[in-house]
Every structure is written in structure tokens, then in C-alpha cells.
Design a binder for this molecule. Structure first.
Ligand code: XMP
Length: 430
């Protein structure tokens, strides 16, 4: 292990991640572990330099105040506590220590070195993955999203062709998205990539299905089936790579905190398809995942891409999906993205996309009446996707986008801009 580490023990705090980020921002790696970690487990973590006992409002579980094992105070690491009145260490703080106090602890008391950076992180993870996997194979569902792309790049660096990536094109990807996965991973990084064109299969299953939840269920379920079929064709796979990142773990609950939402990365895989997991990004925050991707040489367009829902354009082609309207969504989305990039809005706006409803309106084209679909533009800003405000896009940019969509996208005669914040609207329409 190249990096010194400060361990935060979670004694019911709601701000463990803030503390971890503070320490990482000072250049020292930090991990959060449960309060009941044993001394042996602690010693097995390489390069621990100090411990912070982080108490808080959830410290009482089932009527019992949780505490660390007394042996932890004796095992030789410097210890401080935050909001943990019954801690048995010398230095106790009532709330989040400021940077100066924290520096004094990590550098003067713990003698940690500020050696947390992406290069070292990658080297460490490459070593750990090699140790975990040995000469076995790892299977990875590579959607082309930020997390799965970065995991793939890291695993390729660690184990090369022992990684088998499966990219399922469900036909609901954005324009050129699957092509860029193939270009980057197969042609540039020489990954062992299985590309599955399942577009017809998905669209056939979705035919006539208008209910949003039903559509999501079909897309999710079919994805698992296609992935499972591919997995069963392969020999000697013992591990499953996962793009799990730190917020996924936090949101799935800890020993002292309640679950916010279920961690969906693993969910849904058939039970008889049993693999050990390889999750090299599970201690990283999203911005760190992006930095890791850049350090691994992935293109900025892949690493800084905006969030994209698992069911893809399927939830933006409203109601029962037709190929005609799906094409209109895909083409208008590509135009919107191109024009946002030209206007510099791609770096500013959190999420932007188009949707096509399943009804038509009257218009005029070439001096004749037409009855065609409309494209709705949506551009929002948010911090956590729980609430959102609309981006006040410059009128000229909107006009340019409208002109291009009306001129270039078939079966469309009208463009609207969605002015609704979340709540009451959600970001997506379905
Ligand atoms: P809503 O529509 O709930 O969206 O306001 C919040 C954020 O979540 C994204 N989203 C999804 N992401 N799978 C995903 O991975 C999904 O099924 C899904 N549905 C919505 C949405 O794009 C927005 O960023």
C-alpha cells in the first residue's frame, strides 16, 4: 500500500463522509469502517496511521450506546474522538475539527504523509485486484456510464484479458454511445469485449407497453437475462466486477445509519449466478472516480458525461415506444448535446435531454398541413437530484436548437421547453 490512511470509525455519525473528504482534501487517504472493527481487522488494513472515533445522533442502536472495543485504545494508533462523550482517548472534540486541528492530528500526531493521489490510488488498487483475482477471470457489465467505464479501465490495467466486458446495446442508448464504448474499450484499450446487439429483442418486448413502471421492469429484467445468457456461455469466470462507488455504500445503510435507498448495482442478478465481487472504486466519491478515469486515460467525454438513466431513452420516448419516435428522441438529443457543447452549457448544466410524447399536433410543412410529434427540451440543475431548478437557457441557443430539430429530425413539427422545477415535476418524465 502506497498511501497512509486515517481510519474513521462510524459510531453513529451522519457526517462520516464529510470528515473523510476533509482528510482526503488534506492529502491523506481516509476510510470509514464500522465501530465494531477488531484490532486484527484494523491491522490488516495497510498503513493505518491514526483513528478517529466519530460519534453522533445514531450512536444509540436498539437502546444501547455503541462503542469501540477497549482493545482499540491499546493497539498503538493515535486516537481522537468527535461527538463521543464516553470515548477513552485524550483528545475529544464536540463537533467536526477544523483544518488546522485536523492537520495537527494527522501530520504531527499520526505522522501521516500527504501521499493520497490518484496515481498512488490506482497503483494500490491494481496490486489489490491482482492479489484478489490471481489467474482467474472477471466479468463486467460495461454500460458505458462513468462508473462502469472507470472500473473497466482500472481492471484492464490490473488484469488485462482476464477481464471480460459485456456491453449490452438495448437499443435505447444515445446516438453513437455504443459505438464509442467499442471504440474506446475494444480498439484503444484492447479489452476483451463482448458486444451484444439486443436492440430488436428489447424493442419487441416493449411493443405496446405504455406504463412507465412496466417499461422499466421489462428493460431491467431483459438486461439481466441477456447478461446472464452471455455469462453462461463463458468458462472459468469466478468474479464479477462492479462499479460500486462510495455513495452507493453509504446510501445502502451502515451498522448505525438507516438505509436511504437500496444499492442497486448488485441487485437483480440471478441467485445461481454466484460470483465474488471485485469493486475497486468502492471507496471513491464521484469526483474522485472521474479523476481516476482521467488518470487512466479515458476520454473526457466519457468521464464527465451527464447522468443517464439505466432504462435509457426508453423513459424519454413517452408511452408505448415506437421506432419512429425513438429515432426522434435520439436525433433531437444529439442536436441538443451538440448545441449545448458549442454554447459551453455542457460544463454548466447538470442534466439536459429531450423527450418525445406519444401524441401529435397539427402544423404546416412545405405549405401543407402536417400532423406530427413534438420534442420537449429539458435542462436542469441540481446538487443531489432530489430537487432541481431549470436552466434559464439563452433564447438564441434555444432558437438554434429548435431550428435544427425542426429541420433535421423526421416526424417532428414542434419544439417546447419544459419550465418545471422538481418538485412537483421529476427530472425524467417517466
Ligand atoms: P427523477 O426523474 O427521479 O430522476 O427526478 C433523478 C435522477 O435519476 C436519474 N434516473 C435514473 N438513473 N436508473 C438510473 O440509473 C433509473 O432508472 C433512473 N431513473 C431516473 C435521472 O436521470 C435523474 O438524474
Amino acid at each position: 500500500m502506497k498511501q497512509d490512511m486515517i481510519v474513521i470509525l462510524d459510531l453513529g455519525s451522519t457526517n462520516n463522509t464529510v470528515l473523510a473528504r476533509q482528510i482526503r482534501s488534506l492529502g491523506v487517504y481516509s476510510e470509514i469502517h464500522p465501530h465494531d472493527i477488531t484490532v486484527d481487522e484494523l491491522n490488516a488494513l495497510d498503513n493505518v496511521k491514526g483513528i478517529i472515533l466519530n460519534g453522533g445522533e445514531n450512536r444509540v442502536v436498539d437502546g444501547q450506546a455503541v462503542d469501540v472495543s477497549p482493545a482499540l485504545y491499546e493497539c498503538g494508533y493515535p486516537v481522537i474522538s468527535v461527538d463521543h462523550p464516553t470515548a477513552k482517548c485524550e483528545k475529544q472534540y464536540d463537533e467536526l475539527p477544523d483544518d488546522e486541528t485536523m492537520k495537527e492530528f494527522i501530520f504531527d500526531q499520526c505522522k501521516a504523509e500527504a501521499n493520497w493521489n490518484m496515481k498512488n490510488f490506482i497503483e494500490d488498487q491494481v496490486e489489490l485486484v491482482k492479489r484478489q483475482v490471481g489467474d482467474k477471470k472477471v466479468l463486467l457489465a460495461l454500460s458505458g456510464g462513468v462508473d462502469s467505464s472507470v472500473v473497466a479501465a482500472l481492471l484492464i490495467k490490473a488484469i488485462g484479458k482476464q477481464l471480460v466486458c459485456v456491453h449490452v446495446n438495448h437499443g435505447l442508448m444515445r446516438k453513437n454511445e455504443s459505438e464509442s464504448v467499442v471504440e474506446v474499450f475494444q480498439n484503444q484499450l484492447h479489452a476483451n469485449l463482448i458486444y451484444v446487439d439486443a436492440a430488436d429483442r428489447f424493442l419487441d418486448k416493449l411493443e405496446g407497453v405504455a406504463d412507465p413502471e412496466e417499461k422499466r421492469k421489462i428493460i431491467g429484467g431483459e438486461f439481466i437475462r441477456v447478461f446472464e445468457e452471455e455469462a453462461r456461455k463463458l468458462d472459468g469466470i469466478e468474479f464479477l466486477g462492479q462499479g460500486t462507488i462510495y455513495p452507493d455504500i453509504i446510501e445502502s445503510g451502515t451498522k448505525t445509519a438507516k438505509m436511504v435507498k437500496s444499492h442497486h448495482n448488485v441487485g437483480g442478478l440471478p441467485e445461481d449466478l454466484q460470483f465474488a465481487l471485485v469493486e475497486p472504486l468502492k471507496q471513491l466519491f464521484k469526483d474522485e472516480v472521474r479523476a481516476c478515469g482521467i488518470e487512466l486515460g479515458l476520454p473526457g467525454s466519457m468521464v464527465y458525461r451527464q447522468p443517464f438513466p439505466g432504462p435509457g431513452l426508453g423513459v424519454r420516448c413517452l408511452g408505448a415506444i415506437t421506432r419512429e419516435r425513438l429515432e426522434a428522441v435520439r436525433e433531437s438529443d444529439a442536436i441538443l448535446r451538440e448545441e449545448f457543447e458549442k454554447a459551453g452549457l455542457d460544463k454548466k448544466v447538470w442534466q439536459y435531454f429531450t423527450v418525445v410524447p406519444d401524441f401529435k399536433s397539427v402544423g404546416m410543412k412545405n405549405h401543407e398541413r402536417c400532423f406530427e410529434y413534438m420534442v420537449i427540451l429539458r435542462a436542469i440543475n441540481t446538487i443531489d437530484a432530489m430537487t432541481a431548478t431549470i436552466e434559464k437557457v439563452d433564447w438564441d441557443v434555444l432558437e438554434k436548437i429548435t431550428e435544427r430539430i425542426l429541420g433535421e429530425v423526421e416526424n417532428v413539427n414542434r419544439v417546447c421547453y419544459d419550465m418545471s422545477p422538481k418538485p412537483p415535476a421529476t427530472i425524467e418524465f417517466e
